[in-house]
Design a protein around this ligand. Sequence first.
Ligand SMILES: Cc1cc2nc3c(=O)[nH]c(=O)nc-3n(C[C@H](O)[C@H](O)[C@H](O)COP(=O)(O)O)c2cc1C
Length: 159
Amino acid sequence: MPETPASMDRTLLIVYHSQSGNTEQLSQAVEQGALGEKSVTVRRLPACAVTAEELCNCRALVICSPEYFGYMAGAVKDMFDRTYEQVRPKMLGKSYTIVVSAGNDGSGALASIERIVAGFKLKKVQEPVVSRGAVLEEALAKCRELGQTLAAGMAFGIY
Ligand SMILES: Cc1cc2nc3c(=O)[nH]c(=O)nc-3n(C[C@H](O)[C@H](O)[C@H](O)COP(=O)(O)O)c2cc1C
C-alpha cells in the first residue's frame, strides 16, 4: 500500500449504505455541514466503493448505516471485512462517529458498528445520530451540525 499523503490530515470520509434513500439523505446532510469548512476535504462514498486506501487516507470517518435485521447493513460490514487486515495498523486514533437510520431505536446497528470499530482503535468524537422512521428535518439538522462540528474540529487540529 502506498504511503498515506499529507492530505489525510484534513480528509473527512463519510461512508454510507442506503436502499430506500434514508441513510443517503442523512449522509448528504453530514456532507453539507462539513463542506462549510474549506480547509477540510470531504469525501462521501457508498460503503461498497470504499477501499482500504480511502480508509487509510482519511483523518476522520462518519459511518452511516441503516439497521437491517438488528445489525449494520451488510454492505457496511462487507467494507470492514474487506479492509480490516490492511487498514487496522493505520487506523489508530482516527476520529469517528456514527449515523443510523432505523425503523426502531437503531441499537442493534449501533452496537454492531461500535464492536467493530473497537478493533480499529478509533476515537469516538461525537455522539451518534439515530434517525427513526422517515427522515425528518430534525435528524437532518443534527447531521448537518455533526458534519460542521467534526470538520471544524479537524480544521483546528482537535480531531
Ligand atoms: C431488509 C431490512 C431489514 C430491516 N431491519 C430493521 C431492523 O432490524 N430494525 C429496525 O429498526 N429497522 C429495520 N429496517 C428498517 C430500516 O432500518 C429503515 O427503513 C431505514 O430507514 C432504511 O434505510 P435506507 O433507506 O437507507 O435503506 C429494515 C429494513 C429493511 C429493508
